[in-house]
Write a protein that binds this ligand. Sequence first.
Ligand SMILES: C[S@@+](CC[C@H](N)C(=O)[O-])C[C@H]1O[C@@H](n2cnc3c(N)ncnc32)[C@H](O)[C@@H]1O
Length: 199
Amino acid sequence: MLNRVVVRAPWAWPLVRGPMTRFFDRAAPGWDQRTSAGSAEHLAPLGAALLHVKPAPERALEVGTGTGAGALLLAREFPQASVRGVDVSEEMVGAAKAKVGLDPEGRVAFRVADAADLPYEDDSFDLVAHLNMPPFAAEVARVLRPGGHAIVASSWGAATPFYTPNRTLDWTFAKHGIDPLSTGEAGDGTFWIGRKPLS
Ligand SMILES: C[S@@+](CC[C@H](N)C(=O)[O-])C[C@H]1O[C@@H](n2cnc3c(N)ncnc32)[C@H](O)[C@@H]1O
């Protein structure tokens, strides 16, 4: 139900933001142990999707980063990129920050932010990724540079609680000018990739 609200009726999101945030605040302690976040299985579809992202991004964002496993994968795969991870749950962001500690170069950073109202300028990123998180396509399109890629990956395919079907992703991103580029499977997971046209 929550997934449908985000993708089909994002205007209704403010009504569920409070309960959803509290739910994930409560879920944050022990999240990695319970969900195997950060394991090869969890990250497989995001990792497979990243192989399609060329050229390598300079600035990458993971939305709904939870405890940060996806953002840290982006940082490992694209060592030259500056990586940001955002989540609406302060507890999740606290757990993600604990993984990077004090990063003197500030290459990887996490902050509390709502995907429906991202605290970044237009055209800020050349990659916006989601792992087990429904996309707010309008905001993705706004912060994505022309030529940039959008990824929606689901660790357990259609069995993922926050899974969005490919045809729904095609539809919601097309409304905001992002073209479907590729889809695929990896392990038990699936991914969808779109690209913002260059002009
Ligand atoms: C199913 S969890 C996935 C977390 C992580 N990506 C993973 O795979 O382990 C969904 C995450 O999205 C966050 N989230 C949900 N709605 C959000 C929103 N509107 N803006 C930012 N984060 C959101 C939740 O707080 C939660 O941490």
